[in-house]
Write a protein that binds this ligand. Structure first.
Ligand code: OGA
Ligand code: NI
Length: 338
């Protein structure tokens, strides 16, 4: 049987001069025409500016129109960002068996390394990436299952995820106000189970045939993504076009997830996005997914629906949503309509 260390794209991609057939996307999904970020870009928001109302307005507008924006001056120290990014790159650069070993401590399997997607066996076409994922409890507790190598992983990533939780709650506060919900609406159950996904996209011999991640919406409340500098990859789908998300040093890309689309009764967009590969360099990106506790009810907020604004989505627990999402993938959307 093929073992995970042998299946990782980073293990074999440098000795292949062509793309294996199981990674070749059908023609309609291949990366085609793209709008360069110098022509059209997702909004960039200065979170450190003084006018709170103006920042709030910009964030809300971007979340309604694009479901995506970037934040700069967000308060997360840049040396911590650099240190964390270096450790994530170092992790994916370790020997394959070591990576697998470092992700094998968790008896519940929530801290794990996988290749392509969490659902490898049922993927029709494989994605050109490897991913390390683990929960990141709000106060930095329970880090024993996280990788112990690189040796500073737990110390640095512990600090990083605490900072991202603070930033995430600030952004959610602004979005709650914009929606007309209490500012602390997302502070408890709905943001209780964040997770980190550390993606590694090795160079690909023919980027015109493959995707690092196929078109999807995130199954999160919001996602806060750190992109490696100088390497393009992420693209957002808007009005039938693909727009590149320019990597801005020390900025975070924030996107609305499908759960917040449901809670806002469709007002905020869980925008579709994908990742393309390139032939010259590898790319590392780090997604912080804000997830609810599994008992949390996911439904259009009772504070937002009334006789003029009927709920367009069904109510289910996050646990039920997850089972649906795992089984149906992108087809989950028809399942969610009320
Ligand atoms: C994700 C995702 C984008 C990237 O983790 O869901 O879309 O650039 N990542 O890796
Ligand atoms: Ni995503």
């Amino acid at each position: 049987m093929e073992t995970l260390d042998n299946m990782l794209v980073s293990t074999w991609s440098n000795v292949h001069s062509s793309v294996p057939p199981s990674y070749v996307q059908p023609i309609e999904n291949r990366p085609g025409k793209v709008i360069s970020s110098s022509c059209k870009a997702i909004p960039v928001i200065d979170f450190g500016a003084h006018d709170h109302d103006d920042i709030a307005k910009q964030i809300f507008k971007a979340s309604e129109e694009y479901g995506f924006f970037q934040v700069i001056n967000h308060g997360v120290p840049t040396d911590l960002i650099d240190e964390a990014m270096n450790i994530f790159k170092e992790f994916h650069g370790m020997p394959p068996k070591e990576k697998v070993n470092e992700c094998s401590r968790d008896p519940n399997g929530r801290c794990k390394l996988y290749t392509s997607s969490a659902n490898y066996k049922s993927d029709a076409i494989q994605s050109w990436k490897d991913t390390l994922t683990h929960p990141c409890p709000p106060y930095g507790e329970n880090m024993d299952y996280w990788p112990h190598k690189p040796s500073k992983y737990r110390e640095v990533v512990g600090k990083y995820t605490i900072e991202l939780r603070k930033l995430g709650l600030k952004i959610l506060e602004v979005l709650s106000e914009g929606l007309g919900l209490t500012p602390s609406y997302f502070n408890e159950g709905l943001s209780e189970n964040p997770a980190l996904l550390v993606h590694h996209y090795p160079p690909c011999p023919d980027p015109s045939l493959t995707l690092g991640a196929a078109k999807h919406r995130d199954p999160s409340i919001i996602t806060i993504l750190l992109q490696q500098e100088n390497v393009l990859g992420l693209q957002v789908h808007k009005d039938g076009e693909w727009i590149e998300v320019e990597p801005i040093p020390n900025a975070f890309v924030v996107n609305i997830g499908l759960l917040l689309q449901i809670i806002s009764n469709g007002r905020l967009i869980g925008a579709e996005h994908r990742v393309v590969t390139n032939s010259s360099t590898s790319r590392t990106s780090v997604a912080y997914f804000i997830y609810p506790s599994s008992e949390s009810i996911i439904e259009p907020s009772k504070d937002l629906v009334n006789e003029n604004n009927a709920p367009i989505y069904k109510s289910m627990t996050f646990g039920e949503f997850n089972i649906n999402f795992f089984n149906k993938g992108p087809k989950i959307e028809s399942e969610l309509q009320s």
